[in-house]
Design a binder for this molecule. Structure first.
Ligand SMILES: Cc1cc2nc3c(=O)[nH]c(=O)nc-3n(C[C@H](O)[C@H](O)[C@H](O)COP(=O)(O)OP(=O)(O)OC[C@H]3O[C@@H](n4cnc5c(N)ncnc54)[C@H](O)[C@@H]3O)c2cc1C
Length: 405
């Protein structure tokens, strides 16, 4: 029986420890005072634990190195994740977009399921145990140093230390630093799934407004479409956020110019929207223009759209010309903003970049450089969109890392 040391008690490290403990003596270390600190805040405290789409469709939702993940996602699929929790007595439910949540809407139930499996497999958990250094000789790790004071020797090590976002959860890019010291290449750590800042001050007026069923397009140099999707978004004090925006942020590169275009009525084409507006206008013929849009748009948006349409707000509806109606239609179909940039990595849901996947065996998660080291989860250069894919990646890579020692 070998002694396996897993660093990081996130979903990747916990799953790796549970699997490894079927054959080995396992110690799971985390710098935090409890396990699964980030997992606890996932899905707004509800934990979108995986996605119920067919596993073959997952790769469309993984912009960060999908091919590398084939083997792990097929070895431990979303169905395996669901079975795992059902077997631990945690009931699950499927919501819009095939997102899977615990039936209780409590992420703590997901953590409880993992905790049960950890104790049943006799994993020794050591909390408040932050790895501060790695001792190694040529291509083998000898020991890890904990809290700058204690050495822990082991035969095999798994780095499951997460990305570099939401550092208060304990994920601060430390695993990537250790991997780099050990000779691994680490690709640039960047915020992925992060809110977007826009130049326009209009968003301050719109702060708090959330929009459903809109289409968002992000264009490079106001020409090339780099992202187009339909769904939900919201306005914040600095710009925009919400599922559509977070996913779109993945396509924004530093140093390039981008614009954001929101179609507020994607289900209607220009002609259909014009007809719809005419219908409302016929109802409010003698009203001021500013009082004619209540049925079409949320209150907060009305002054912004009026301003963009160029029509005077006090103009009587019956005086509005066909040409003016056209500018109104365009203002509704294309509410646009110049993008200033992304919010910092601290606020990102996931980190893109990490330990270079070229130096990791995709079927075992073993390092190709250090013979007794494996990786699992977000510490590697992998990332996916929202929808439960990131936690599934953590489980799948954790599963094969732990099973292949
Ligand atoms: C607000 C928010 C909401 C999210 N919601 C979802 C969601 O609903 N569904 C989804 O799929 N994904 C979601 N994600 C993403 C998901 O949480 C991560 O992708 C996932 O947790 C990564 O798992 P991991 O095990 O690789 O790393 P982590 O969960 O980050 O765990 C890494 C662990 O390693 C420990 N650690 C790090 N360095 C050291 C060290 N030196 N010594 C000891 N321990 C160390 C940390 O304390 C941490 O506990 C969300 C992320 C955020 C921030």
């Amino acid at each position: 029986m070998s002694k396996v040391i897993v660093i990081g008690a996130g979903p990747a490290g916990m799953m790796a420890a549970i699997q490894a403990a079927k054959k080995h003596d396992v110690i799971l270390l985390d710098g935090n005072e409890r396990i699964g600190k980030k997992l606890f805040i996932t899905g707004k405290g509800r934990c979108n634990v995986t996605n119920a789409k067919d596993i073959s469709e997952f790769f469309e939702y993984i912009p960060g190195n999908p091919h590398f993940l084939y083997s792990s996602l097929y070895s431990f699929t979303n169905n395996d994740t669901m079975n795992f929790f059902e077997n631990e007595g945690i009931k699950l439910k499927i919501e819009r977009g095939d997102r899977v949540f615990p039936e209780s809407d409590k992420s703590s139930d997901i953590i409880r399921g993992l905790s049960n499996a950890l104790s049943r497999t006799n994993v020794k958990i050591r909390l408040k145990s932050k790895v501060t250094n790695i001792e190694f000789k040529s291509n083998r790790i000898i020991a890890v140093e904990i809290n700058n004071e204690e050495r822990l020797y082991g035969d095999h090590f798994i780095f499951a230390t997460g990305g570099a976002s939401y550092p208060l959860t304990g994920s601060r890019g430390e695993g990537q630093k250790f991997a780099s010291v050990l000779g691994h290449n680490v690709t640039q750590l960047m915020p992925a799934l992060v809110p977007i800042e826009v130049v326009d001050s209009k968003t301050k007026e719109l702060m708090g407004l959330s929009l459903k069923n809109v289409e968002v397009i992000i264009k490079e140099n106001d020409k090339k479409v780099v992202y187009k999707n339909f769904g939900e978004m919201l306005f914040t004090h600095f710009g925009v956020s919400g599922p559509l925006i977070l996913s779109g942020s993945r396509f924004i590169e530093k140093g390039k110019r981008y614009t954001l275009h929101i179609d507020l009525k994607p289900a209607l084409n220009l002609g259909e929207l014009d007809k719809r507006i005419q219908k409302d206008f016929n109802k409010y013929l003698n009203k001021d223009f500013k009082n004619s849009l209540d049925e079409l748009l949320p209150q907060k948006l009305i002054p912004v759209i009026i301003n963009n349409s160029g029509i005077l707000e006090n103009k009587k509806v019956n005086e509005i010309t066909r040409e003016e109606r056209k500018t109104l239609v365009n203002a509704i179909k294309d509410l646009s903003f110049d993008i200033k940039g992304l919010r910092p990595i601290d606020e990102a849901i996931v980190t893109s970049g990490g330990v270079d996947i070229k130096e990791i065996d995709p079927s075992t998660m073993k390092s190709k450089i250090i013979e007794n080291l494996s990786f699992a989860g977000e510490v590697m250069d992998v990332d996916a969109f929202t929808g439960g894919y990131n936690v599934q990646i953590a489980f799948s890579t954790g599963f094969i890392a732990g099973s292949n020692i």
